[in-house]
Write a protein that binds this ligand. Sequence first.
Ligand code: MGD
Ligand code: MGD
Ligand code: MO
Length: 681
Amino acid sequence: MKTVNGACPHDCPDTCAWQVDVDNKGTAISLRGHPEHPFTKGSLCTKLKRYINRVYHKDRILHPQKRVGLKGEGEFERISWEDALEIITSKLKGTIRDHGPLSAMPCNFAGTIGMLQRYAGDQFFERLGATDVDRSICGKVALDGIRYTIGAGDTVLPEDLKHSRYIIIWGSNTAVTNLHLWSGAIKEARHKGAKIVVIDPLKTPTAERSDWHLQIKPGTDAALALGMMHIIVRDGLQDEKYVKDHTVGFERLRDRIRKYTPELVSSLTGIGKEEIEKFSREYALTKPAVIRVLVGMERRLNGGLTLRTIACLPALVGAFKSLGGGICQFTINTMREALDYKAVIPQESQTPGKRIIHLAQLGRVLTDKNLSPPINWLMIYNLNPVVTLPNQNLILTGLKRDDLFTVVHEQFMTESAKYADILLPASTQLEHWDLMPSWGHTYVALNKPAIAPLGEAVANTELFRMLAKGMDFKEPYLLASDEERIRRLLDSKSPLVSGITLETLKTTGWAKLKTPTDWRPRAEGNFSTPSGKCEFFSKTLENLGLDPLPTFEITPSQNMEEYPLDFISPKATHFLNSEYVNLPNNVTIEHSPSLVMNTMDAQDRDILENDKVRIFNQYGEVVVKAKLSQNCLLGTVSMAFNWWMASSLNGSSANALTPDALSDLKFGSNAFDAKVQVMKV
Ligand SMILES: Nc1nc2c(c(=O)[nH]1)N[C@H]1C(S)=C(S)[C@@H](COP(=O)(O)OP(=O)(O)OC[C@H]3O[C@@H](n4cnc5c(=O)[nH]c(N)nc54)[C@H](O)[C@@H]3O)O[C@H]1N2
Ligand SMILES: Nc1nc2c(c(=O)[nH]1)N[C@H]1C(S)=C(S)[C@@H](COP(=O)(O)OP(=O)(O)OC[C@H]3O[C@@H](n4cnc5c(=O)[nH]c(N)nc54)[C@H](O)[C@@H]3O)O[C@H]1N2
Ligand SMILES: [Mo]
């Protein structure tokens, strides 16, 4: 028996460190949260408790396979690795010869967020000169929105929420999506008397367990923020000195917020006038006050500028001065400073003028007859696009194309994998090396392989080494070993990782970055913006032709009468994005999706609890059972996005209804802007 240190690979802010027990036959027999890791604190979520079952599940893909049925049918026959590589590289060479390297494209995201396995293909595709992918479907809009106002968003570290007295969870479902923050620092703050306010259109488990839920109309958060600023300035509650010393554009802000009276904001947001008054005053007067945001608000046409507007609040009230006060967003900036990302991702602009395609528009790209050259060679890994990307039906149409050659590297036969020409077996986190960063805390962890790869599974890194050899690429960085890559990542010379090496991590498993204990980076201004100040007025936004001041705009839907309901598709407790949906167990009592809707919206449509309903719009339709709730906002319906197509009653899932436009700052999905109609079947 041996115990091996590792860490969870999932795209989740918690990045738990774990320990695996392996018996003398080399089988993993138990997995637990690392007892000493200060964020994990020895506990794992309901998903991770099933990770070993996932690894040894009978449905794992363990051998290379070639499609024998139609695309989408899922009929495959086993072939050798040698044959698989030969087919893949000869198809690649053929498309490059006929159409140039831009006709090849990777299609990947964050199926694992480890530094090695996440970015494994990036340098290969850069070397190839393939079409590049803008993968901003999670976090980038939120990050950049806030950047315009204050620069880096990690002004409060998640663990420092324990010092906060007023915690606003704005558009995040912390108790579900960021469990260890909820049961750790937030619980501790609450014990010490902190108040928890949740702003969300849905009565989420987080909202249910908070002290106060402001059930806002979808997409109107910027109006609320402008209204708060109105009240704060009207009542003279702003921090005059902080505003004078560390912000730009206060006078223009004052003009902008004048019209956002509590009456107007109440009519826009659906929140009562008195509540808005009380909330704004409590926020301004309680110190330290923190705003916790993740990605819930970004998936909208106005998402970027909404986050930019909200980010004006802490400077106005001087919240940055106290430990636990300010904005608490991703810790990505700190990770990027700590690790030498160049070890695994290509340097920018190596290929000037190369074509970049947005992942949120995959369906459009694959079906665009005018695209020149067309995409003829696609490699899907770390992604289940059919389930997780917007406009599902258009993606399916694209993947069915006869002239498209698709490689999928997967652990399971996902609904995307069924469209592969060649299907390759991927290893899991128990079987490969990785260095785990985190976007929700400031620890790194080493994931050591605990068991040998099952069957003929290979890690992403190994696969791309094999492909590089198959393409006769000789560059050493393409062939570097996993341990070499980890050494280089840690060799950034940043003081944040001083003393942390592959060798020390092999013993400890994880390490805390060397951040200062009193993390108040904006206490004295020093914002990482062009002016060095908090920018109420942003010259950068003005130069981009966007509103330079905090702003609220909402694009009215063009078919309001046909599709009157807002459709939100958030995350479910027992799944991690599309993972675990195919592994039913008794944790999910009823293993099928449902649509949650307000009792009155249901009555208007003669819908009763558990009735079969058809949710539809111009993109598609989904048939599921209805769950009625008085707590659901009138005019808003919701269904978790995680479910696979086969789980519904008509073979379509939530993303069959989501739009594929790009958000305001032009780099994110607007999937939450979906409008639908619902009818009883
Ligand atoms: N409507 C709607 N759409 C959304 C969202 C939403 O809230 N609503 N959320 C968005 C967000 S935030 C995100 S992050 C995306 C997530 O979208 P995805 O990145 O597609 O999510 P996952 O299901 O986590 O992972 C995809 C696949 O990666 C595979 N995988 C895991 N590890 C490995 C590995 O080591 N190698 C290989 N080759 N494969 C591996 C898994 O088996 C899984 O099938 O979805 C986005 N889409
Ligand atoms: N259990 C579980 N945990 C997860 C995941 C999972 O699939 N399952 N996925 C992981 C990933 S990839 C990510 S990115 C994180 C995301 O973590 P979160 O950002 O917390 O998750 P989301 O479900 O995308 O959105 C959060 C909330 O935003 C709300 N929302 C939607 N529109 C609006 C709006 O207009 N205004 C406001 N104020 N709120 C709005 C939704 O109702 C939802 O409750 O979670 C991670 N953790
Ligand atoms: Mo995400």
